[in-house]
Design a protein around this ligand. Sequence first.
Ligand code: GLP
Length: 245
Amino acid sequence: MISVLRRGDARAVADTAARIIAEQVRARPQTVLGLATGQTQELVYARLVALHAAGEVSFGKAAFFSLDEYLGLAADHPASFNAFLHRHFYDRVDADPARIDQLDGAAIDRETEAARYEGAIAAAGGIDLQLLGIGTNGHIAFNEPMSDFRSRTRIVALEPATVERNSAFFGAGERVPSHALTMGIGTILDSGAALLIAVGKDKANALRATIEGPIDPCCPASALRLHPRVTVVCDEDAASLLTKP
Ligand code: GLP
């Protein structure tokens, strides 16, 4: 079931999303959080950092798993999702480094790495709250259209539009990876709850397909309608093509 919270702008979206996450962590300090990257999430992390600085939430007992990582990028590459999460979140709150797990995009044996990650999530008791963004093509994490709804953590090829959008994080002339390691749709559906953030007109089509279109691999995010607890927080631009209030 998906409940939709509409907000006026990106700041209000980030504020609502951060409060939902903070509330979960306050209620259960040892919460296992699944974390997303992307431009949409930057404001969410900024709000979480502010809530932490104001003494409203501690992440010291929480555990963290990131959704995905580029293949072939070392964890310390500035455009890696690992570096993103350190820069915007982990290094600015009281996250315990021993409780941060991430996919190793530079692993030699990628299949073993994917299986290790699934095992680590299970050993942590599963993800309690999974933060998600959405691609303009409806992807969640790096599960591009036609991904199997039962898919687990694995190697995937990225669509050209995804590579193009994410090139903003790479230097001019730098090669953007064409493949990634990502949690699968099945992995995401196993989470206790999911929180999807969508901001801007370029997400409106994907959000409509997610919420009102057929539940179909053409729109990977539509799989979230099979999940019992999903909250979508979106701005008016992203919600502009929704036909139901
Ligand atoms: C990236 C990430 C996704 C993210 C999406 C949207 O490719 N793998 O997890 O949700 O694209 O990103 P943005 O917020 O920059 O639009």
